[in-house]
Design a protein around this ligand. Structure first.
Ligand code: ATP
Length: 347
């Protein structure tokens, strides 16, 4: 059992705040993803949990024990990094076995544990190869097996897929998802890839400049982004965000007018997702098509509205030309409203 509690955890270097007041309880066996752009403090947060970085203030508890002053090796955590950090002179078997030797696990347990861990990541056939004789994906699986073999209380994974090519990333992602289900160990996973976050997480923490922006299930974050930053970070494409003003429930901006909204009068940002709107005859957005992209399963039409480029997914057979008038139906029910100044969601 390993619940992790982070209580007002901060990391400062001089006057620079890397992580600001991180406060969260991660449930036993939860798969938590820390998501955000480069430099937002995800790795620092994870390194503090691992004990590789000292928290400037706040408490870190693992399984009911304050670990701030414990060495990394005493925290019962296994880590997987983007650089696989395998020992080049050892074969796969010995690489996976290494943590058992270091931890002085009784010799007679080694073979069964190495074989179990390597079977879980489908490396059984490669046990005698050296890392240099493996593909990138296979090396990453050795790194995973080396973490699994320890049977730790907590897994920490820092961008473990980022060195893999796009196709391998998708299949290895599925494998990590399956493994996490099978192992049922509390896992913290760092990524800047929102698709990875959405597909893997029980809950996602979205961070920006050291500050937590939102914590929620992938569905909550997708359906109800807390602010324009989260709205613009999640989804492919990200949510369309237009500037304008709200008056008596009607939002108006360049080339856009949507009635039937609820919110205070004043400057506002209106958002909607490309897949929620439709190309129509008479729409709330009317503007010439800026681009037309055939995606295979849909045709993406982009127009300029509310000071931004706004995308809508039309039927895959829909055809139009750049510059031809486009009308987009934006029902109030698909809209998200945000305060223009703070960027916070208006409910
Ligand atoms: P990336 O995806 O690029 O790894 P990240 O979200 O993991 O980014 P962190 O590595 O946690 O970001 O860094 C957070 C911030 O803290 C960054 O602005 C970084 O420059 C800063 N930082 C990290 N380590 C130190 C350090 N030792 N001294 C000063 N600043 C640091």
């Amino acid at each position: 059992m390993a619940e992790i509690q982070l209580r007002n955890v901060c990391k400062r270097w001089g006057s620079f705040v890397g992580v600001d007041d991180f406060d969260l309880t991660i449930a036993d066996r939860e798969f938590l993803v820390l998501l955000g752009p480069s430099g937002c403090g995800k790795t620092t947060t994870m390194r503090m949990i691992a004990g590789l970085e000292e928290a400037t203030s706040g408490d870190i508890n693992i399984a009911g024990r304050r670990v701030n002053d414990l060495d990394p090796k005493d925290r019962d955590i296994a880590m997987v990094f983007q650089s696989y950090a395998l020992y080049p002179n050892m074969n796969v078997y010995d690489n996976i076995r290494f943590p058992l030797k270091v931890r002085k696990v009784p010799q007679e347990e080694h073979d069964a544990r190495v074989r179990r861990a390597s079977a879980m990541v489908e490396l059984d056939e490669f046990l005698h190869r050296k890392p240099s004789e493996l593909s990138g994906g296979q090396r990453q699986r050795v790194a995973l097996a080396r973490a699994i073999v320890r049977e730790p209380n907590v897994f920490l994974m820092d961008e473990p897929l980022s060195n893999l090519d796009a196709k391998l990333r998708v299949s290895t992602r599925a494998q990590i998802k399956n493994l996490s289900h099978e192992l049922a160990v509390t896992t913290i996973y760092v990524t800047h890839d929102q698709i990875e976050a959405m597909t893997l997480a029980d809950r996602v923490v979205v961070m920006k400049q050291g500050i937590v922006q939102q914590v929620g299930t992938p569905t909550e974050i997708y359906d109800k982004p807390a602010n324009t930053f989260v709205a613009g970070f999640i989804g492919s494409p990200a949510m369309n965000l237009m500037e304008g003003k709200l008056e008596g429930g009607t939002f108006t901006g360049e080339n856009v007018e949507v009635a039937g909204l609820k919110g205070p009068d004043g400057p506002a940002v209106l958002g909607f997702r490309a897949e929620d709107a439709q190309i129509t005859n008479a729409g709330e957005i009317n503007a010439p098509a800026y681009s037309v992209e055939l995606l295979g399963d849909a045709t993406m039409i982009t127009v300029r509205a509310g000071g931004a480029l706004v995308a809508v997914k039309a039927h895959k057979d829909y055809r139009t030309k750049i510059g031809a008038p486009a009308a987009i139906a934006v029902a109030p029910t698909i809209c998200h409203l945000f305060d223009a100044e703070s960027g916070q969601r208006i409910d």
